[in-house]
Design a protein around this ligand. Structure first.
Ligand code: HEC
Length: 172
């Protein structure tokens, strides 16, 4: 009788662990997509400052990121200084770029979030954003959030494709 009880208990333990394993797999699936919300980028000014660029950069063309103004400084902040892992940034990686000049005529905030889950296979599954100075997701004149794989009619993605060998990130 005792043996039967032990066997029964063992079977129970085995079944329970199989079940918890499959639960883990399900939750892994759920975390393979990172969807930014309106508070995701707030506080970016306290993130690690990974790169600062000054003045024109031929890669920027004529006007991107306020590049046509030689007084502009461009600060690139990665949340927690995130680096690529095997040449790819992990899902959930966040980057904010602040372009500004001293007289305040340029004050532009762009961002990228590694969304994953096949969100944007043509551009490394990154989502592109325009932010307000406080780090909220900006809205366009129709009140729609300025975000997506094709933000600015695909301009962000098409230029960042030049950095595709570095997972669409120029500055690291
Ligand atoms: C004409 C090319 C071009 C366009 C268009 C462009 N970018 Fe960039 N972006 C760059 C370059 C080059 C850098 C590297 C930093 C620098 O030189 O200022 C950069 C840097 C960044 C960074 C910091 C991470 C990195 O790649 O180094 C973010 C975030 C970013 N861009 C977001 C955007 C968003 C959002 C848009 C669209 C609204 C956009 N970019 C449009 C060329 C471009």
């Amino acid at each position: 009788m005792k043996k039967v009880t032990i066997l029964f208990l063992m079977a129970f333990v085995v079944l329970a662990s199989i079940q918890s394993c499959s639960k883990d797999k399900d939750s892994d699936k759920a975390t393979t997509e990172f969807v930014a919300d309106n508070s995701t980028f707030t506080g970016y000014m306290n993130w690690s400052l990974d790169k600062t660029f000054h003045g024109p950069d031929p890669l920027l063309g004529a006007t991107a990121h306020a590049n046509n103004d030689s007084t502009v400084v461009r600060d690139v902040h990665f949340k927690n200084g995130q680096n690529p892992v095997n040449s790819r940034y992990p899902v959930g990686t966040l980057v904010v770029k602040h372009s500004y000049n001293q007289d305040g005529t340029v004050n532009e905030f762009t961002a990228m979030a590694k969304r994953g889950n096949n969100f944007n296979p043509a551009a490394g599954d990154w989502e592109f954003f325009m932010l307000t100075p406080s780090g909220n997701i900006a809205t366009d004149t129709n009140g729609s959030p300025m975000r997506g794989a094709n933000l600015m009619d695909g301009m962000c993605a098409s230029c960042h494709t030049m950095a595709s060998s570095k997972d669409f990130i120029f500055s690291k």
